[in-house]
Design a protein around this ligand. Structure first.
Ligand code: AMP
Length: 342
């Protein structure tokens, strides 16, 4: 009998493999048009460090946790697929979550590992429960486990995401560790990787809240599809403060959330030195506008080209999904075997 805990489940663990680029996994929800926050916090870092063992997906199942319009979900998933290719993620493995059945298969096994207490503490469920809503879907309670399955299936070492995903990755690590300790070393315990700047881009109208694609505040959100004049208008109206001191243009998150956010966006788009010499909010906003417009221009151009060639996007995803099915099937089988399923 094979008693080596590293190989008895029928697969090699990462520890046994020669050094290679870290497997990475990250998903985006098709719940709205992508924002500058999605781009700076997730898409751009994903692109800049990609290789074939980077699995990047469209989390369409996660769009079902609240009431949704099927037609809109279909259109937004298509738009997101085009955007992922347009950003330049074509050297990664791209997929739509619902087309890789292992995600929901593993999710149930992990539900049998997660505790209700830890799911009750997850922010989205907690906030919705507090609102007194009587029609909270069961999926809003269990989705963090599906998210753990999304991640653990690919056995990534790194999960490149914005800072808002910290609680989800922590839960994933807890579930992976508990599963491995209870049943054997099936999963790699991943670490969160956030970008050095703009890990949390804030809403321009309410700089204490995250810039969110499903956010209420249209004027405070820069969408990746916004044309230059719209970017200019939104940045021009960004909330700052009434400070007129010579050093008013400085990063200081607590007392100056709006100015700090603009400076972070500027630095992320145009480099660490871009704010040097800027002393007025007007000049800061002009510099931010120019930097954002320059950053978005190639992306928008490539999006327009791809919109005319939807077959290309479909083919990229079909190939990615086939690879995902191959990569994930043995991991589900290993988890099933470890739990005693025959
Ligand atoms: P979501 O919009 O929830 O589907 O998130 C997709 C990715 O974008 C995740 O990695 C998030 O952490 C990241 N993200 C979303 N909003 C922001 C933001 N305002 N700033 C930085 N990263 C963000």
């Amino acid at each position: 009998m094979n008693t080596n805990p590293r190989t008895h489940l029928g697969f090699e663990t990462v520890a046994a493999q020669p050094p290679q680029p870290a497997v990475r996994l990250s998903l985006l929800k098709p719940t709205g048009h992508l924002t500058l926050g999605n781009y700076l916090g997730a898409l751009r870092p994903m692109r800049d460090t990609q290789h074939a063992d980077c699995f990047y997906g469209i989390a369409d199942l996660h769009a079902l946790t609240v009431r949704h319009d099927p037609g809109r979900l279909r259109a937004l998933s298509q738009e997101l697929a085009t955007m992922l290719v347009a950003v330049g993620l074509d050297r990664s493995t791209l997929f739509v979550q619902s087309r890789v059945p292992a995600h929901t298969e593993l999710s149930y096994l992990l539900e049998a590992t997660a505790y209700t207490g830890e799911l009750s503490r997850m922010i989205q469920f907690k906030e919705k429960s507090r609102s007194g809503d009587q029609a909270i879907r069961a999926a809003l309670y269990t989705y963090p486990v599906l998210m753990a399955a999304d991640i653990l299936l690919y056995r990534p070492r790194q999960v490149p995401v914005g800072d808002d995903q910290r609680q989800h990755v922590e839960l994933t690590r807890d579930i992976a560790q508990r599963f491995n300790t209870t049943y054997g070393p099936v999963f790699v315990v991943p670490e969160i990787v956030t970008p050095p700047v703009a890990a949390r881009v804030m809403d321009l109208q309410d700089p204490t809240a995250k810039m969110a694609k499903s956010g209420e505040s249209g004027p405070g959100v820069i969408y990746l599809v916004d044309p230059p004049d719209v970017v200019r208008r939104k940045v021009a109206r960004a909330v700052t403060d009434s400070d007129t001191a010579p050093d008013a243009v400085r990063r200081d998150r607590e007392p100056k959330p709006g100015v700090t956010n603009l400076l972070e966006i500027l630095e992320a788009c145009a480099g660490a030195e871009a704010a040097a010499g800027i002393t007025t909010y007007g000049a800061l906003k002009r510099a931010v506008t120019d930097a954002v417009v320059a950053e978005l221009e190639p992306l928008q151009k490539s999006c327009a080209e791809l919109a005319a060639d939807p077959e290309h996007v479909r083919a990229v995803f079909a190939a990615g999904e086939e690879r995902c099915r191959q990569v994930t099937a043995p991991v589900v089988a290993a988890a099933q075997a470890a739990m005693g399923l025959i």
